[in-house]
Design a protein around this ligand. Structure first.
Ligand SMILES: [Zn+2]
Length: 500
């Protein structure tokens, strides 16, 4: 007999992607250490600790395939701002922070994730400075709270101002506010290589490579990322075609690459099954087909795309192209919530703006995206995303006494359309019960609250200063923003309005 701890989750309705998604069968789940070893009726659980799951829906842990922990303390500070404006504020507030703040902000996002049934998060972190000490703080915070993380400190060498079309129309000081200084390539690639070796992936820690966005990286940087991904067998995540302006930037500045950021990625060794492009609101159908053929994937973030006024991603075309799909919740100040429930519901409903006929997407399909699809994006297929023997014990227990299930007609539909996270009773990650009776067991939530309260006095004072200093930039930004609307881009991602 192995010395691993045994737990049996007894008598729950265990959600099976391939079974009855409306009325899942009652089953037991036997866990040894961090892994599920058996799922079935009356499994032999001699000596195992019993978790009573009667009247609970047991679902695979949800995965968030796009998130940035660097702005969790900015939650609730912004509205009305389009992406490029919003960057003016969030970039300075995310960089060069104290170690206390770094730890607290990581824990705040992780705590919210766990409470919302997220057992694994892809943290594309804007870390500055990129150093061992800061990395250790983040890794330790995730390990302490027990959230599985696919960690990817972002790298880039072209300055952030490259996100704005017509950046040359902005005065020097406004360009500086957005960030007009590049970063050396080699130092960042060496940093990543060194972190992958210092903290080898194990337990709940996984790594990914994240070049910020193609237009923010020279070929040397992209090729370096492709090499690292290959050498360490890691997935890649990068932001592509989030806004209309980025579609135009592709056409104007990447004309040598067919005006396509996908071609630019391909020519630098990144269009392959490890690639995930995030957002893709302004991608063409032909580019989707190329992505699908290459086995690359798209991670959708409808919530932040709507909050930051970027438009609506063409879900139906993506489904038709067969490109693999995942879902993310994005920044805490760019959608303001780490809730895959909101993301799933949005995915199912947003398609109706382009097609009023009956048909998909359906609830059980989007649950696959939020579990199996997101696992695949991180190269964790077969390890997380389903409740099957050999998979990691990452699961969420939902209380079916919650009013979301009164009456209880369909697990999949009510989980997607009705659940808010309120019914979440227990969360297990890697065989460890991290949420019990709706309280996180791994950290002191009240102490974290007090700590954040203390940090916010200073943080809000800084925010007020940043806000004041940015006022000068707004008219120039608006002008540059409007220029983004002039040329025809051959596609529309907004619903037109009547100005009468
Ligand atoms: Zn992002």
């Amino acid at each position: 007999m192995s010395g691993k701890k045994k737990i049996v989750v007894r008598g729950g309705q265990v959600y099976d992607h391939d079974g009855d998604v409306h009325k899942p069968k009652v089953a037991d789940i036997l866990i040894e250490g961090s892994e599920i070893v058996a799922v079935g009726q009356n499994v032999d659980a001699g000596g195992a600790e019993v978790v009573d799951a009667r009247n609970r829906l047991v679902v695979p842990g949800l995965i968030n395939a796009h998130y940035h922990s660097h702005d969790t303390l900015c939650r609730g500070l912004f509205e009305e701002l389009p992406l490029e404006f919003w960057l003016l504020y969030t970039l300075p507030l995310g960089q060069n922070r104290s170690k206390e703040e770094l730890r607290a902000r990581t824990l705040v996002g992780a705590l919210e994730s766990i409470r919302c049934g997220i057992t694994c998060v892809q943290d594309m972190l804007g870390l500055a400075p990129l150093d061992d000490e800061s990395t250790d703080v983040v890794v330790k915070a995730y390990q302490d709270i027990g959230l599985r993380v696919v960690f990817s400190p972002m790298v880039w060498d072209v300055p952030p101002v490259a996100m704005v079309r017509h950046k040359e129309s902005l005065p020097e000081d406004v360009q500086e506010m957005l960030g007009n200084v590049g970063r050396p390539v080699d130092a960042q690639l060496d940093y990543l290589n060194s972190q992958f070796n210092r903290h080898p992936a194990k337990g709940t820690l996984h790594w990914a490579v994240a070049p910020f966005a193609p237009q923010r990286c020279t070929p040397k940087m992209l090729q370096g990322c492709a090499d690292l991904s290959h050498k360490h067998n890691l997935p890649i995540y990068t932001h592509v075609y989030e806004t209309r302006g980025q579609r135009l930037i592709a056409r104007e500045l990447f004309a040598d690459h067919d005006g396509s950021l996908i071609t630019y990625l391909e020519r630098n060794g990144l269009l392959n099954p490890k690639l995930n492009i995030v957002h893709s609101v302004w991608i063409t159908r032909q580019e989707m087909d190329r992505m699908a053929k290459a086995g690359a994937g798209i991670v959708l973030n409808h919530l932040s795309n709507l909050k930051l006024k970027s438009g609506i991603a063409p879900v139906l075309d993506m489904r038709e192209s067969g490109v693999r799909l995942g879902l993310g919740c994005d920044n805490c100040s760019g959608s303001d919530v780490q809730s895959i429930f909101q993301a799933m519901k949005m995915f199912c409903m947003i398609a109706s703006v382009s097609d009023p006929e009956p048909g998909a997407p359906l609830a059980h399909e989007v649950i696959r995206h939020a579990t199996l699809g997101n696992a695949r994006s991180a190269g964790l297929q077969g390890q997380v995303g389903a409740l099957k023997p050999g998979h990691k014990a990452d699961m969420v227990l939902i209380d079916l006494n919650d009013t979301a299930y009164l009456p209880y007609n369909s697990a999949a539909r009510q989980f997607v359309y009705t659940e808010t996270g309120r019914g979440i009773d227990k969360v297990m990650i890697d065989g460890r019960m991290v949420l019990q009776d709706r309280r996180v067991t791994t950290i002191d939530e009240d102490a974290l609250r007090r700590e954040v309260e203390g940090l916010m006095k200073h943080f809000i004072a800084e925010y007020e200063d940043v806000k004041k200093s940015r006022a000068r930039a707004l008219p120039y930004m608006l002008d540059a923003h409007r220029k983004m609307w002039e040329p025809d881009v051959g596609m529309n991602r907004f619903i037109s309005r009547t100005r009468t």
